[in-house]
Write a protein that binds this ligand. Structure first.
Ligand code: ADP
Ligand code: MG
Length: 336
Protein backbone atom coordinates (compact mmCIF):
# COMPACT_ATOMS: atom_id res chain seq x y z
CA UNK A 1 0.00 0.00 0.00
CA UNK A 2 1.16 3.51 -0.67
CA UNK A 3 2.37 6.12 1.77
CA UNK A 4 -0.75 8.24 1.35
CA UNK A 5 -2.39 5.79 3.68
CA UNK A 6 -0.42 7.05 6.65
CA UNK A 7 -2.49 10.20 6.74
CA UNK A 8 -5.63 8.22 7.52
CA UNK A 9 -4.02 5.97 10.06
CA UNK A 10 -5.24 5.98 13.63
CA UNK A 11 -2.75 5.25 16.41
CA UNK A 12 -3.28 1.71 17.70
CA UNK A 13 -4.79 1.66 21.13
CA UNK A 14 -2.49 -0.33 23.33
CA UNK A 15 -4.67 -0.51 26.39
CA UNK A 16 -6.59 -3.62 27.25
CA UNK A 17 -9.74 -1.60 27.76
CA UNK A 18 -12.48 -2.57 25.33
CA UNK A 19 -13.07 -0.07 22.55
CA UNK A 20 -16.76 -0.83 22.74
CA UNK A 21 -18.80 -2.36 25.55
CA UNK A 22 -22.32 -3.58 24.92
CA UNK A 23 -24.30 -4.08 28.11
CA UNK A 24 -27.65 -5.84 28.30
CA UNK A 25 -28.63 -4.48 24.89
CA UNK A 26 -32.29 -4.86 23.94
CA UNK A 27 -34.16 -3.89 20.82
CA UNK A 28 -37.88 -4.62 20.72
CA UNK A 29 -40.06 -3.78 17.72
CA UNK A 30 -43.77 -3.25 18.44
CA UNK A 31 -46.26 -5.51 16.62
CA UNK A 32 -49.26 -3.41 15.61
CA UNK A 33 -52.73 -4.73 14.75
CA UNK A 34 -56.09 -3.31 13.70
CA UNK A 35 -57.21 0.02 12.36
CA UNK A 36 -56.06 1.96 15.41
CA UNK A 37 -52.65 0.24 15.24
CA UNK A 38 -52.81 -1.18 18.73
CA UNK A 39 -49.55 -2.67 19.99
CA UNK A 40 -50.28 -6.34 20.58
CA UNK A 41 -46.77 -7.52 21.38
CA UNK A 42 -43.09 -7.05 20.63
CA UNK A 43 -40.55 -8.72 18.40
CA UNK A 44 -37.62 -9.17 20.75
CA UNK A 45 -34.99 -8.84 18.02
CA UNK A 46 -32.16 -8.35 20.52
CA UNK A 47 -32.86 -9.42 24.07
CA UNK A 48 -30.10 -8.87 26.59
CA UNK A 49 -26.86 -8.95 24.64
CA UNK A 50 -23.48 -8.41 26.30
CA UNK A 51 -20.25 -8.08 24.34
CA UNK A 52 -16.88 -6.35 24.70
CA UNK A 53 -14.96 -5.52 21.53
CA UNK A 54 -11.24 -4.75 21.86
CA UNK A 55 -9.23 -2.32 19.74
CA UNK A 56 -7.92 -3.85 16.52
CA UNK A 57 -9.81 -7.12 16.73
CA UNK A 58 -12.50 -8.65 14.55
CA UNK A 59 -15.44 -10.21 16.31
CA UNK A 60 -17.54 -12.42 14.06
CA UNK A 61 -21.26 -12.43 14.85
CA UNK A 62 -23.01 -15.48 13.42
CA UNK A 63 -26.43 -17.06 13.56
CA UNK A 64 -29.39 -18.03 11.40
CA UNK A 65 -31.30 -15.41 9.49
CA UNK A 66 -33.67 -13.47 11.77
CA UNK A 67 -31.74 -14.05 15.00
CA UNK A 68 -31.03 -10.33 15.43
CA UNK A 69 -27.56 -9.79 13.96
CA UNK A 70 -28.35 -6.75 11.83
CA UNK A 71 -30.44 -5.23 14.59
CA UNK A 72 -27.48 -5.67 16.93
CA UNK A 73 -25.14 -4.03 14.42
CA UNK A 74 -27.42 -1.06 13.92
CA UNK A 75 -28.09 -0.64 17.64
CA UNK A 76 -24.38 -0.80 18.44
CA UNK A 77 -23.66 2.25 16.32
CA UNK A 78 -26.94 3.87 17.39
CA UNK A 79 -28.16 3.97 13.81
CA UNK A 80 -31.28 2.53 15.36
CA UNK A 81 -31.33 3.44 19.07
CA UNK A 82 -31.70 0.51 21.48
CA UNK A 83 -34.84 -0.10 23.56
CA UNK A 84 -32.70 -0.73 26.63
CA UNK A 85 -29.12 -1.36 27.65
CA UNK A 86 -25.94 0.57 27.08
CA UNK A 87 -23.34 0.92 24.38
CA UNK A 88 -20.13 2.38 25.78
CA UNK A 89 -17.59 3.57 23.22
CA UNK A 90 -14.16 4.58 24.52
CA UNK A 91 -15.59 4.85 28.04
CA UNK A 92 -18.56 7.01 27.08
CA UNK A 93 -22.20 5.97 27.01
CA UNK A 94 -23.39 6.71 23.46
CA UNK A 95 -26.86 7.73 24.59
CA UNK A 96 -25.44 10.57 26.70
CA UNK A 97 -23.31 12.15 23.94
CA UNK A 98 -24.30 15.53 22.49
CA UNK A 99 -22.82 18.28 20.32
CA UNK A 100 -19.30 17.90 18.90
CA UNK A 101 -18.67 14.69 20.85
CA UNK A 102 -21.70 13.05 19.26
CA UNK A 103 -20.69 14.26 15.79
CA UNK A 104 -17.17 12.89 16.22
CA UNK A 105 -18.50 9.54 17.43
CA UNK A 106 -20.83 9.32 14.42
CA UNK A 107 -17.75 9.32 12.21
CA UNK A 108 -15.88 6.87 14.46
CA UNK A 109 -18.61 4.23 14.12
CA UNK A 110 -19.42 3.15 10.57
CA UNK A 111 -21.32 0.36 8.84
CA UNK A 112 -20.91 -1.56 5.59
CA UNK A 113 -24.08 -3.22 4.28
CA UNK A 114 -24.63 -6.53 2.53
CA UNK A 115 -26.12 -4.88 -0.51
CA UNK A 116 -24.31 -1.65 -1.33
CA UNK A 117 -26.71 -1.11 -4.23
CA UNK A 118 -29.57 -0.29 -1.89
CA UNK A 119 -27.39 1.93 0.29
CA UNK A 120 -25.90 3.92 -2.61
CA UNK A 121 -28.11 6.51 -4.30
CA UNK A 122 -28.34 5.26 -7.94
CA UNK A 123 -28.63 8.81 -9.30
CA UNK A 124 -25.36 9.99 -7.88
CA UNK A 125 -21.88 9.59 -9.26
CA UNK A 126 -19.39 7.62 -7.19
CA UNK A 127 -17.29 10.74 -6.60
CA UNK A 128 -20.27 12.57 -5.13
CA UNK A 129 -21.29 9.59 -3.04
CA UNK A 130 -17.84 9.59 -1.46
CA UNK A 131 -17.63 13.37 -1.13
CA UNK A 132 -21.00 13.57 0.63
CA UNK A 133 -19.97 12.22 4.05
CA UNK A 134 -16.77 14.31 4.00
CA UNK A 135 -18.71 17.49 3.37
CA UNK A 136 -21.56 16.58 5.72
CA UNK A 137 -19.14 16.04 8.61
CA UNK A 138 -17.03 19.03 7.58
CA UNK A 139 -13.90 16.89 7.29
CA UNK A 140 -12.73 18.49 4.05
CA UNK A 141 -13.58 21.33 1.71
CA UNK A 142 -12.70 22.57 -1.80
CA UNK A 143 -10.00 20.69 -3.68
CA UNK A 144 -9.21 18.62 -0.64
CA UNK A 145 -12.51 16.78 -1.08
CA UNK A 146 -11.53 15.64 -4.60
CA UNK A 147 -8.06 14.69 -3.46
CA UNK A 148 -9.41 12.57 -0.61
CA UNK A 149 -12.02 10.93 -2.82
CA UNK A 150 -9.42 9.98 -5.46
CA UNK A 151 -7.10 8.69 -2.79
CA UNK A 152 -9.83 6.61 -1.20
CA UNK A 153 -10.82 5.12 -4.56
CA UNK A 154 -7.26 3.89 -4.95
CA UNK A 155 -7.10 2.58 -1.41
CA UNK A 156 -10.09 0.30 -2.03
CA UNK A 157 -8.70 -0.93 -5.35
CA UNK A 158 -10.58 1.36 -7.76
CA UNK A 159 -9.14 4.32 -9.67
CA UNK A 160 -9.87 8.02 -9.87
CA UNK A 161 -11.38 7.40 -13.29
CA UNK A 162 -14.29 5.66 -11.53
CA UNK A 163 -15.24 8.96 -9.94
CA UNK A 164 -17.69 9.96 -12.67
CA UNK A 165 -19.45 6.62 -12.94
CA UNK A 166 -22.81 5.66 -11.48
CA UNK A 167 -23.39 2.69 -9.13
CA UNK A 168 -25.14 0.63 -11.86
CA UNK A 169 -21.99 0.74 -13.98
CA UNK A 170 -20.12 -1.28 -11.37
CA UNK A 171 -19.97 -5.00 -10.66
CA UNK A 172 -21.12 -6.30 -7.26
CA UNK A 173 -17.57 -6.51 -5.98
CA UNK A 174 -16.75 -2.99 -7.16
CA UNK A 175 -19.91 -1.64 -5.57
CA UNK A 176 -18.94 -3.20 -2.28
CA UNK A 177 -15.56 -1.49 -2.65
CA UNK A 178 -17.45 1.80 -2.94
CA UNK A 179 -19.46 0.88 0.17
CA UNK A 180 -16.21 0.24 2.01
CA UNK A 181 -14.71 3.51 0.74
CA UNK A 182 -17.75 5.43 1.92
CA UNK A 183 -17.34 4.05 5.44
CA UNK A 184 -13.57 4.41 5.47
CA UNK A 185 -13.40 7.97 4.18
CA UNK A 186 -14.60 9.24 7.57
CA UNK A 187 -11.55 7.71 9.24
CA UNK A 188 -13.59 5.50 11.60
CA UNK A 189 -12.37 3.32 14.44
CA UNK A 190 -15.02 0.62 14.43
CA UNK A 191 -16.86 -0.71 11.40
CA UNK A 192 -19.89 -2.97 11.58
CA UNK A 193 -19.61 -5.18 8.49
CA UNK A 194 -23.14 -6.55 7.98
CA UNK A 195 -22.74 -9.59 5.71
CA UNK A 196 -20.49 -7.61 3.36
CA UNK A 197 -19.67 -10.56 1.11
CA UNK A 198 -22.85 -12.68 1.36
CA UNK A 199 -24.32 -11.25 -1.86
CA UNK A 200 -21.11 -11.56 -3.89
CA UNK A 201 -19.94 -14.34 -6.19
CA UNK A 202 -17.74 -16.80 -4.35
CA UNK A 203 -14.77 -15.82 -6.51
CA UNK A 204 -15.16 -12.17 -5.48
CA UNK A 205 -15.78 -12.85 -1.79
CA UNK A 206 -12.13 -13.63 -1.05
CA UNK A 207 -10.96 -10.42 -2.73
CA UNK A 208 -13.28 -8.27 -0.66
CA UNK A 209 -12.37 -10.15 2.53
CA UNK A 210 -8.69 -9.64 1.80
CA UNK A 211 -9.29 -5.96 1.20
CA UNK A 212 -11.06 -5.68 4.56
CA UNK A 213 -8.15 -7.49 6.23
CA UNK A 214 -5.55 -5.22 4.61
CA UNK A 215 -7.48 -2.09 5.52
CA UNK A 216 -7.82 -3.26 9.10
CA UNK A 217 -4.05 -3.56 9.44
CA UNK A 218 -3.34 -0.31 7.67
CA UNK A 219 -5.88 1.80 9.51
CA UNK A 220 -5.95 -0.07 12.84
CA UNK A 221 -9.65 -0.77 12.43
CA UNK A 222 -11.87 -2.78 14.72
CA UNK A 223 -14.59 -4.88 13.08
CA UNK A 224 -17.84 -6.46 14.10
CA UNK A 225 -18.22 -8.87 11.20
CA UNK A 226 -21.74 -10.22 10.75
CA UNK A 227 -22.47 -13.38 8.74
CA UNK A 228 -25.04 -16.17 8.72
CA UNK A 229 -22.49 -18.90 8.14
CA UNK A 230 -19.08 -19.62 9.53
CA UNK A 231 -17.07 -19.67 6.29
CA UNK A 232 -16.04 -16.02 5.94
CA UNK A 233 -16.13 -15.51 9.68
CA UNK A 234 -13.56 -18.23 10.24
CA UNK A 235 -11.21 -16.52 7.85
CA UNK A 236 -11.48 -13.00 9.20
CA UNK A 237 -12.38 -13.19 12.92
CA UNK A 238 -10.21 -13.25 16.03
CA UNK A 239 -13.20 -14.19 18.12
CA UNK A 240 -16.63 -15.54 17.24
CA UNK A 241 -19.94 -14.80 18.93
CA UNK A 242 -22.78 -17.18 18.10
CA UNK A 243 -26.22 -15.63 18.34
CA UNK A 244 -29.58 -17.34 18.76
CA UNK A 245 -32.92 -15.53 19.16
CA UNK A 246 -31.52 -12.19 20.26
CA UNK A 247 -28.83 -13.48 22.59
CA UNK A 248 -25.21 -14.57 22.40
CA UNK A 249 -25.08 -18.26 23.25
CA UNK A 250 -21.33 -18.80 22.82
CA UNK A 251 -18.27 -16.58 22.57
CA UNK A 252 -14.75 -17.84 21.99
CA UNK A 253 -11.52 -17.34 20.09
CA UNK A 254 -12.01 -18.53 16.52
CA UNK A 255 -9.73 -21.54 16.94
CA UNK A 256 -11.42 -22.62 20.18
CA UNK A 257 -14.84 -22.30 18.60
CA UNK A 258 -13.90 -24.57 15.71
CA UNK A 259 -11.99 -27.09 17.82
CA UNK A 260 -14.22 -27.18 20.81
CA UNK A 261 -17.65 -25.62 20.47
CA UNK A 262 -19.56 -25.99 23.73
CA UNK A 263 -23.06 -24.98 22.78
CA UNK A 264 -25.04 -27.54 20.76
CA UNK A 265 -26.29 -24.73 18.52
CA UNK A 266 -22.75 -23.61 17.66
CA UNK A 267 -21.94 -27.20 16.85
CA UNK A 268 -24.89 -27.33 14.48
CA UNK A 269 -23.66 -24.20 12.71
CA UNK A 270 -20.18 -25.72 12.45
CA UNK A 271 -21.67 -28.83 10.89
CA UNK A 272 -22.77 -26.72 7.96
CA UNK A 273 -19.05 -26.52 7.17
CA UNK A 274 -18.03 -30.10 7.89
CA UNK A 275 -14.37 -30.75 8.53
CA UNK A 276 -13.64 -34.48 8.61
CA UNK A 277 -12.50 -35.40 12.09
CA UNK A 278 -12.63 -39.08 13.05
CA UNK A 279 -12.20 -38.24 16.76
CA UNK A 280 -15.33 -36.15 16.96
CA UNK A 281 -17.80 -38.39 15.23
CA UNK A 282 -20.73 -37.64 17.51
CA UNK A 283 -20.32 -33.91 17.38
CA UNK A 284 -20.03 -33.94 13.61
CA UNK A 285 -23.31 -35.79 13.27
CA UNK A 286 -25.26 -33.27 15.31
CA UNK A 287 -28.27 -32.00 13.40
CA UNK A 288 -31.37 -30.10 14.45
CA UNK A 289 -34.79 -29.85 12.93
CA UNK A 290 -37.41 -27.16 12.72
CA UNK A 291 -37.26 -23.43 12.26
CA UNK A 292 -36.12 -20.75 14.64
CA UNK A 293 -39.02 -19.97 17.01
CA UNK A 294 -40.59 -16.52 16.67
CA UNK A 295 -38.69 -13.75 18.45
CA UNK A 296 -42.14 -12.36 19.35
CA UNK A 297 -42.68 -15.37 21.56
CA UNK A 298 -39.33 -16.96 22.43
CA UNK A 299 -39.37 -20.25 24.38
CA UNK A 300 -38.97 -20.02 28.16
CA UNK A 301 -35.72 -21.11 29.79
CA UNK A 302 -32.99 -21.74 27.22
CA UNK A 303 -34.48 -20.43 23.98
CA UNK A 304 -32.76 -23.24 22.07
CA UNK A 305 -34.32 -26.06 24.13
CA UNK A 306 -37.16 -26.67 21.65
CA UNK A 307 -34.62 -27.76 19.02
CA UNK A 308 -31.83 -29.09 21.19
CA UNK A 309 -31.11 -32.84 21.04
CA UNK A 310 -29.71 -32.74 24.60
CA UNK A 311 -32.45 -30.72 26.31
CA UNK A 312 -33.50 -31.79 29.84
CA UNK A 313 -36.24 -30.48 32.13
CA UNK A 314 -34.13 -27.62 33.52
CA UNK A 315 -33.56 -26.26 30.00
CA UNK A 316 -37.22 -25.32 29.65
CA UNK A 317 -37.28 -23.73 33.11
CA UNK A 318 -34.07 -21.76 33.63
CA UNK A 319 -32.28 -19.45 31.23
CA UNK A 320 -28.60 -20.42 31.27
CA UNK A 321 -26.10 -17.59 31.85
CA UNK A 322 -23.32 -16.90 29.36
CA UNK A 323 -20.56 -18.27 31.60
CA UNK A 324 -16.85 -19.07 31.43
CA UNK A 325 -13.53 -17.23 31.38
CA UNK A 326 -12.14 -17.00 27.84
CA UNK A 327 -14.59 -19.38 26.25
CA UNK A 328 -18.14 -18.53 27.25
CA UNK A 329 -21.27 -20.59 26.65
CA UNK A 330 -24.87 -20.26 27.75
CA UNK A 331 -25.83 -23.91 28.17
CA UNK A 332 -26.88 -26.15 31.10
CA UNK A 333 -25.16 -29.14 29.47
CA UNK A 334 -22.23 -27.82 27.42
CA UNK A 335 -20.47 -30.27 25.08
CA UNK A 336 -17.09 -31.35 26.35
P1 ADP B 1 -30.64 -11.06 11.11
O1 ADP B 1 -29.80 -9.88 10.69
O2 ADP B 1 -29.94 -11.95 12.09
O3 ADP B 1 -31.19 -11.83 9.97
P2 ADP B 1 -32.50 -9.01 12.01
O4 ADP B 1 -31.76 -8.26 13.05
O5 ADP B 1 -32.62 -8.40 10.68
O6 ADP B 1 -31.90 -10.49 11.92
O7 ADP B 1 -33.99 -9.29 12.54
C1 ADP B 1 -34.26 -9.84 13.82
C2 ADP B 1 -35.76 -9.89 14.01
O8 ADP B 1 -36.28 -8.58 14.12
C3 ADP B 1 -36.51 -10.56 12.87
O9 ADP B 1 -37.58 -11.30 13.41
C4 ADP B 1 -37.02 -9.37 12.06
O10 ADP B 1 -38.20 -9.71 11.38
C5 ADP B 1 -37.26 -8.33 13.14
N1 ADP B 1 -37.07 -6.95 12.66
C6 ADP B 1 -35.92 -6.42 12.15
N2 ADP B 1 -36.08 -5.13 11.83
C7 ADP B 1 -37.36 -4.83 12.14
C8 ADP B 1 -38.17 -3.64 12.06
N3 ADP B 1 -37.65 -2.50 11.58
N4 ADP B 1 -39.46 -3.71 12.47
C9 ADP B 1 -39.98 -4.86 12.94
N5 ADP B 1 -39.28 -6.01 13.06
C10 ADP B 1 -38.00 -5.99 12.68
MG1 MG C 1 -29.19 -9.31 8.75
Amino acid sequence: MNTKLKEHAIPLQQSQEPLLKVQNLKKYYPIKKGIISRTVGHVKAVDGLNLDIYPGETVGLVGESGCGKSTTGRAIIHLDPPTAGKVIFKGKDLSTLTGPELRKTRTDLQIIFQDPYSSLNPRKRIGDLLAEPLIHHKLASGDEVHRKVDEMLEIVGLTKFHRNRYPHEFSGGQRQRVGIARALILNPQLIVCDEPVSALDVSIQAQVLNLLKDLQKEFKLTYLFIAHGLGAVKYISDRIAVMYLGKIVELAKTEDMFKNAKHPYSQVLLNAYPIPNPHKRNRDRLVIEGDVPSPANPPKGCSFHTRCPFAQKICSEQTPELAGEDHLAACHFPLS
